[in-house]
Design a protein around this ligand. Structure first.
Ligand code: B12
Ligand code: SF4
Length: 514
C-alpha cells in the first residue's frame, strides 16, 4: 500500500432505527463485514452505531476527519435518520464523500442522491466495491456501484455474489459489544452478550415480503465448517463471547455442512450456546439431527410460520405444512430447544377467519417450560399479532401493494417497522365482522379480555376495555369492516380500529370454545 492510500479514513455509521423501542439494537453486521475488508487492505476505519451511541451533536466534528462516510441502512426505518446525518455532514464538510449501502438504498439508489446527499450508492455486498471505489478503479467497472455523471444516474448491476471463505472475520472490535444482548432468546443465556454471525448468505425460496431473493437471486453462498469453527473460536478467544445467533437465512439447508460443524464443536469441546433460523420443511427433514444440534449448544430455532391459513400462505409464496410444524415443535420442546415460531399478521389475503385460524393453531401447540426474554413473549403468543406485514421496498409485496390494500406508511419510512401495522389488506377491510358471542355486560367482556392483557397492552392503553365495549355494541355485522369504520368509528385511527377488530376475532374464538 502506498503512502497516499494509507492516509484514507472511512467512518461507518448505523443510523437510528425509528419507532423501535420494543426490539433491542441489532448488531450492525453489514458494517462489520465491509469495515473488516477495508481494514485488511490497510485503510483506517471507525464506526458509530447511533442505536447505542447517539452522537448526533458531534457528527460533523467527527466526520470532518474522514475521507469517506459509509452510511449503512439495514432497515427502511433508518433511512430518514441516515439522510439527515448525511445532510449535516455534506453541508458542513463538502469534501467528505458519502457512500450509502444496505437494503433500502440498494433498491432505491436514486432517492439517496436526490434527498440523501449521497455521492455514491453501493448495491448488494459492499466489501470489494467500496475498496475499488477508494483505490480509484474506473466507476463503470465497479459492480454494484450507482453514481451520478454528466447529469445522469448510472446504475451498475447489483453485487449479488460473495465469497464468504475469503473474507476476513467481521470487525467486531469497532463496536461496544457488551451493549448487544438477548440474541439467543432463551433464558438464562439471553442475559449475556451475544452476537449475530453469518455462516451462509442467501435462500432458495421466494417469499413475497422478503428482500433475500432480490439480493442473492435465490443462490446460497456458504462458509465451510472449518471456517465456521475458526470464527467461533476467534470470538471466544478475542472477545470472550460464547453466545451466538446464526443469522443465515436457512441455516440447515446444507445438512452435511452443519453436521460437520456440530461434530467439530463437540469434538473440540467448544462451550457455546446458539440459535439459528430455519424454514419449517428443512427443519422437519432434519429432525434426526436435533440431538447433535443440542449437544453442540443449540438452545433456540426461529421458524417462519407467518400464518396457518393456506390462502394467505399462497399469497406470500410460502407453503408450510402445519403437520410438519406440530411435529417439529414437539420434538424440539422434548429436547429442551425453544421453537420460536414467527407469525406475521395482515398479509395479503388476511381475513378475520385467517387470523382466528392462526390463533387456533398456535393454541394447539404444546406448552414449553423454557422461558424467553420479555419482548419476545407476545411475539409467539397465540393472542398476539407477531410481526405486522410491511411491504419493504423492492419486494414483490411492495410492487403489488397498491392493488392489494392500503399502505398506511407509504409516505412515512419511520413506520416501516414490524411493531406497527403499516399495511391493511383489502381482504381484511372488506371482510364482515361476525359477532358470535353475546356479552351481557362490559364487565363480562372485560373478563375475557383479561385473558390476553399482556398482548393487549402492547397495542392499547390501559383503558382499552371501554373502547372494545363501544366497538362491540355498535358494530354492524352486515357491513364490511371498512364501511363500519367510515360510518361509525373514524374518530380513532384506522390502524387502531383494525387492531381492535383483529383482537376481537381472537377473543371471539376463545369465547366460542368456552
Ligand atoms: C438476519 C436479519 C435480521 C437480524 C439482524 C442481523 C444482522 N445483525 O445483520 C435481526 C433479527 C436482528 C433483524 C432485525 C430486523 N430486521 Co432483519 N433481516 C435479517 C436478514 C434475514 C439478513 C440480514 C443479513 O444478512 N445481515 C448480515 C450482513 C452481513 O448483511 P447486510 O447487513 O446486508 O450487509 C451487507 C450489504 O447490505 C452491504 N452493506 C451494508 N451496509 C453497508 C454500508 C456501506 C457503506 C456499504 C458500501 C455497503 C453496506 O455490505 C454488507 C456485506 O456484504 C434480512 C433478510 C435477507 N435475507 O436479506 C432481514 C432484513 C434486513 N430485515 C429487515 C427488517 C425490516 C428488520 C427489522 C427492522 C424488523 C422489521 N421486520 O421491521 C429489524 C431491525 C431490528 C433492530 N433492532 O434494528 C428487512 C429490511 C427491509 C427494509 N427495507 O427495511 C429485511 C431485508 C427483511 C425483509 N423483510 O426483506 N433482521
Ligand atoms: S424463507 Fe426466509 S429468507 Fe427465504 S425467501 Fe422466505 S422469508 Fe426470505
Amino acid at each position: 500500500m502506498n503512502k497516499k492510500k494509507s492516509r484514507i479514513k472511512v467512518l461507518f455509521i448505523s443510523p437510528l432505527v425509528k419507532n423501535n423501542k420494543e426490539t433491542p439494537p441489532h448488531f450492525p453486521l453489514g458494517i462489520a463485514y465491509v469495515a473488516a475488508y477495508l481494514k485488511s487492505k490497510g485503510i483506517y476505519v471507525k464506526a458509530i452505531d447511533f442505536n447505542i451511541d447517539n452522537k448526533e451533536d458531534k457528527i460533523v466534528a467527527i466526520a470532518k476527519n474522514f475521507n469517506y462516510v459509509g452510511v449503512s441502512v439495514f432497515a427502511t426505518a433508518q433511512i430518514n435518520h441516515g439522510y439527515y446525518l448525511a445532510q449535516r455532514i455534506k453541508t458542513n464538510c463538502p469534501k467528505v464523500k458519502i457512500v450509502f449501502g444496505g437494503y433500502h438504498p440498494s433498491f432505491l439508489p436514486e432517492e439517496a442522491f436526490k434527498i440523501g446527499f449521497a455521492d455514491y450508492v453501493i448495491k448488494g455486498h459492499g466489501e470489494i466495491p467500496f475498496y475499488e471505489l477508494i483505490i480509484g478503479k474506473s466507476k463503470k467497472n465497479i459492480i454494484g456501484l450507482s453514481y451520478f455523471e454528466n447529469g445522469t444516474f448510472i446504475h451498475n448491476t447489483i453485487n449479488s455474489r460473495t465469497n464468504l471463505n475469503k473474507l476476513p472475520f467481521p470487525a467486531l472490535e469497532l463496536f461496544k459489544l457488551r451493549k448487544y444482548q438477548d440474541d439467543v432468546h432463551v433464558m438464562p443465556y439471553a442475559k449475556y452478550t451475544a452476537i449475530d454471525v453469518k455462516s451462509s448468505m442467501g435462500c432458495p425460496n421466494n417469499c413475497s415480503y422478503c428482500s433475500a431473493p432480490l439480493i442473492y437471486k435465490q443462490k446460497i453462498y456458504y462458509k465451510t465448517p472449518q471456517k465456521m469453527l475458526k470464527e467461533i473460536k476467534y470470538y471466544i478467544e478475542r472477545f470472550k463471547i460464547r453466545y451466538f445467533h446464526f443469522e443465515d437465512e436457512n441455516w440447515l439447508i446444507d445438512r452435511k455442512r452443519i453436521e460437520r460443524f456440530c461434530d467439530l464443536v463437540i469434538k473440540n469441546k467448544i462451550k457455546i450456546k446458539y440459535a439459528f433460523m430455519s424454514s419449517i420443511n428443512v427443519m422437519y427433514d432434519n429432525l434426526d439431527l436435533v440431538g447433535k444440534l443440542k449437544k453442540s449448544g443449540c438452545v433456540c430455532i426461529d421458524l417462519g410460520l407467518e400464518t396457518a391459513d393456506e390462502d394467505v400462505q399462497k399469497n406470500i409464496h410460502k407453503s408450510n405444512s402445519l403437520e410438519q410444524l406440530i411435529k417439529v415443535d414437539s420434538v424440539l420442546k422434548d429436547d429442551q430447544i425453544f421453537p420460536f415460531i414467527l407469525i406475521m399478521s395482515f398479509n395479503v389475503g388476511e381475513t378475520l377467519n385467517s387470523l382466528a385460524r392462526t390463533t387456533e393453531f398456535m393454541l394447539k401447540l404444546k406448552k414449553s417450560d423454557l422461558e424467553t426474554i420479555e419482548y419476545l413473549k407476545t411475539n409467539s403468543s397465540p393472542y398476539g399479532f407477531g410481526q405486522f406485514a410491511t411491504p419493504h421496498v423492492g419486494t414483490t409485496f411492495y410492487k403489488n401493494r397498491k392493488k392489494s390494500g392500503i399502505f398506511l406508511a407509504e409516505k412515512n419510512y419511520d413506520l416501516h417497522i414490524w411493531t406497527k401495522p403499516s399495511f391493511l389488506p383489502y381482504s381484511f377491510l372488506n371482510d364482515v365482522p361476525k359477532i358470535i358471542k353475546n356479552f351481557n355486560s362490559k364487565k363480562n367482556m372485560e373478563e375475557y379480555l383479561e385473558t390476553f392483557e399482556v398482548d393487549l397492552l402492547r397495542y392499547f392503553d390501559k383503558d382499552y376495555a371501554k373502547q372494545f365495549w363501544n366497538l362491540y355494541k355498535n358494530i354492524d355485522s352486515k357491513k364490511s369492516i371498512y364501511k363500519n369504520y367510515l360510518e361509525k368509528f373514524n374518530n380513532i385511527s384506522l390502524e387502531k380500529y383494525v387492531l381492535m377488530i383483529g383482537m376481537m376475532a381472537k377473543l371471539f374464538l376463545i369465547c366460542s370454545k368456552k
